[in-house]
Ligand binder design. Sequence first.
Ligand SMILES: *Cc1c(COP(=O)(O)O)cnc(C)c1O
Length: 710
Amino acid sequence: MSTPLDSKMPKKIGRIGELAYNLWWSWNADARQLFRQLDKILWRDTRHNPVQMLVELSAAQLEKAANDASFCQLYDTVMQQMDEMLDIKNGWFYKNYPQHIDDQIAYFSFEFGLHNTLPIYSGGLGILSGDHTKESGDLGLPLVGIGFMYPQGYFRQVLPSHGWQEAQYIPLDFDKAPILPATDSDGNEVRAKVFIDGHHVHAKVWHVRVGLTDLYLMDTDVDDNQPWERDLSARLYYGGHDMRLKQEMLLGLGGVQVLRKLGYDPTVWHMNEGHSAFLLIELLREKMRGGMSFADAKEEVRKHTVFTTHTPVPAGHDAFPFHMMEKYFGAIWEEFGISREAFMELGANDDKHEGRNFNMTVLPLNMAGQANGVSKLHGAVSRDMWQHVYPNISSVDDVPIGHVTNGIHVPTWVARELGDLFTKYVAPDWLERHDEPEMWQKVNDIPDGELWEAHLELKRKLMTYLRTRERGKWMNGLHDANQVMTGGMLFDPEALTIGFARRFATYKRANLIFRDLDRLKAMLLNAQRPVQLLFAGKAHPADDPGKHFIQEIYNFSKANHMGGRVAIIEDYEMHLARFMKQGVDVWLNTPRRPREASGTSGMKASLNGVPNLSILDGWWVEGYNEKNGWVIGDDTEYGDDLGAQDWADATSMYNHMESSIIPTYYDRGADGIPHGWVKIMKEAISSNAAEFSMRRMIKNYTEQLYLNAM
Ligand SMILES: *Cc1c(COP(=O)(O)O)cnc(C)c1O
């Protein structure tokens, strides 16, 4: 693949631009080392952005690297690995299902969390899509991704000294991001064109290389569009109903078109969440234009479609009033030769608050051949929640919504320091075999002292990262003393550190741990065995209750009486996420059961030997085993008595902290090592690493869903 950087590169390292433009480097340890070696300071200051580095480095600096024998040796190793990775025949999929190698899978998602240089995700859903894309390539699946390029991304969070979150939108510098215009086989730039409300909206298409997988992102910021159309893809999760509907038309209808123009002919269409469900309408239209009847076309579309639902929270399911649907889809049902009612029936749903409307979960439940939730519990909750969509099914167990429990992309989320230990004690090829549960028993062979030292190193790295950030903001006049203080300046690298970071959706109850302040303070301020709490996360800009939670925690973090034992870090994203999940001691999760469909941050923590203290919700129902962490509360559901639920959960959490977590953490052997704690760390890794890997998940999707659709 050629890139704009190629002409600048010395011949000996001529393909380094190709590497920088393939995000594969971000989960290959040697490739990361190569860029680090090129310029350590710039590597840190660009927050690991090799495209920007190569743009900014002078010809002389690059020439120097090309004349450095050790650099060139590493370069050759990395290139060889990249070429092996790019050959689909080396992958698991081809080895097991060679007859399906030409069956393409189209994967649609509203957000993709791939790397901090591409801020086009908001939270867990996006990270999941990103991890799905990465692992699909690692396993050699013939998968292609479709989504949006949001030039202003999701917002950057600023926490002023009053603690009320502010949102900043910073336009992406396209020349320093790992994306290039997508071209067809003739080298022409690809465009999509969707008829919306009387005229055509145009989108250009960007191409992102994610290992073996291609990802295409639509962007409406083009000259042919009216100003309001140019803004359609400007930001993620921004604007009202009307904007959302138009975006979803563009993703579903336009996305199919883009794939066709690029020459794809997928046999599997996977809708990751309902945002892309209009692709079903576009596929129907294609088939009917090819001469099929409506009924036959529907049957044909059903065979090849997969839908994943991601949340039991009602606000997480988009729905549009019929009159809006009428405005945008009138021409389509006429083309189909069906009535308005027949069209609306495809997605009709009775909403408790808004009456009957067109629901973007009901549409794919009605039309897609296969549907699933994202954990065992969430599968059951979804069958119950959507039983009404299937009037002919009387038993909730028969509702055709299964589950595939989420996972995480292990090479992205594992700390290098731990990876080195796994290589030494678990298996030299542990990374290739990381979804084999038995292999992980060997974690017990790691000497306690080595695992503990690696963890302390990661904890120091986290603390240094926080201080470096704050020092920079302080020196540039961006933060006052209060903000520096709330950013963790009084944090103690020796103290037991509990981490909490995710979107500040209110059901996640970030402030639950402050419920009984006296009891909490007795732990935080204990002179011998102190505890400190580290928070991060954004609230959606329209979510004032979520912003109140942030402000409440912010106020605790700067209150004198809390002793600097609470901190909240601005602008949570993937870069900070890695530092936090690898560097704290305990990972806290307090959703209001059963609203957390899966949750994935706890899996990332567990993989890195950070045990979970969590409500029995989402993945933790499957992940907890009595030796690898703690369960807050039990499986009681409290209905509308939210106060009682909060109090019971908080009490249970404090009990664990006082009776188990704090004593075990601080109980050191004569060698200074907390052997009891290290045992829990080892159990967290060995019991969860394989089971909650994205590799296990992609194999499940392939064998339970994709192969059926092929
Ligand atoms: C993993 C991750 C999430 C998801 O966190 P949950 O605890 O599952 O809600 C959100 N944001 C970032 C940056 C992540 O890395």
